[in-house]
Design a protein around this ligand. Structure first.
Ligand code: OAD
Length: 252
């Protein structure tokens, strides 16, 4: 049985925030950023693939790597954790989902209005004029591990398209960050799922909620936090812990 103060906090929450990281997609088989550097990509350092400088130097190398990751996401399915999060939204008056992930598995599990702090693999934009292409990216042929791919050209200015994700040295999208901080400050309960909490400014989100008086629940197989007066910890995989939380709180 889960701690009753946790179940009470969830049942009585008026505004629930769920904040997710790479761990929520782990059980869907999506490699985390560092795991993604496996196979033939292993010889690259993240900083040589995920920076504007890297794209300027070798756009086909960077685009090829992101297309490979995009294909991995397209081949994956949402897992019980994504589905439990979508279901939680139906049990509270106000719900905000904030993710650091660049995949679209929350949306495919039924979540709406997801705040993507680190952008999305599905929404490229022009490296030169920043405009988005009129049509979504087609599911390309699976690029081979390690294969370079020339980026498509912008239909507006002819520049190269770049992945719509936040790279090292770039700012997070301001509107997304402001919306995330605002929700964290206003919520009564924040559930932080599958994040190591070391990448800033995203990692400030649970701290802001705690400082503003909310309860915070961490769901992670690793010890990422100590249980405290207003902090709860569920040590386990999100795909098991979140459906169980939903079941015990709402019988769903
Ligand atoms: P990390 O890769 O830093 O951490 C993943 C977390 O998920 C770890 O704490 C794992 O213990 C946990 N985990 C693994 N399997 C899990 C499971 N089945 N259920 C629950 N948790 C599990 O990922 P993030 O915290 O998301 O940024 O990293 C943040 C950012 O670092 C990423 O968004 C990316 C990277 O640099 C950018 O690309 C800008």
């Amino acid at each position: 049985m889960l701690p009753s103060p946790l179940l009470t906090a969830l049942r009585s929450a008026r505004h629930l925030v769920v904040f997710t990281g790479a761990g929520v997609s782990a059980e869907s088989g999506i490699p985390t950023f560092r795991d993604a550097l496996s196979g033939l990509w292993q010889r690259f350092d993240p900083a040589t693939l995920a920076t504007p400088q890297a794209f300027r130097r070798d756009p086909a190398l960077v685009w090829g790597w992101y297309e490979w990751r995009r294909m991995k996401v397209l081949q994956a399915q949402p897992n019980p954790a994504h589905r439990a999060i979508a279901e939680l939204a139906r049990h509270v008056a106000e719900f905000t989902l904030i993710t650091q992930n660049v995949d679209d598995l929350h949306e495919r599990a039924g979540s709406q209005d997801v705040i993507h702090l680190h952008g999305s693999l599905q929404q490229p934009r022009c490296f030169a004029c920043a405009r988005s292409p009129a049509a979504p990216l087609a599911p390309a042929d699976e690029p081979e591990d390690g294969r370079r791919l020339e980026p498509p050209r912008c239909t507006h200015c002819g520049g190269r398209l770049r992945p719509g994700v936040v790279w090292f040295g770039e700012n997070l999208p301001a509107a997304a960050l402001n919306a995330a901080f605002d929700a964290a400050r206003r919520c009564d309960l924040l559930i932080s799922v599958g994040t190591s909490g070391v990448v800033y400014p995203a990692a400030e989100v649970p701290r802001l909620a705690l400082d503003a008086g909310a309860m915070v629940l961490h769901v992670n197989p690793q010890a990422v936090a100590q249980p405290g007066e207003r902090e709860f910890v569920l040590r386990g995989p999100a795909g098991a812990e979140l459906p169980e939380l939903l079941r015990q709180a709402f019988g769903a």
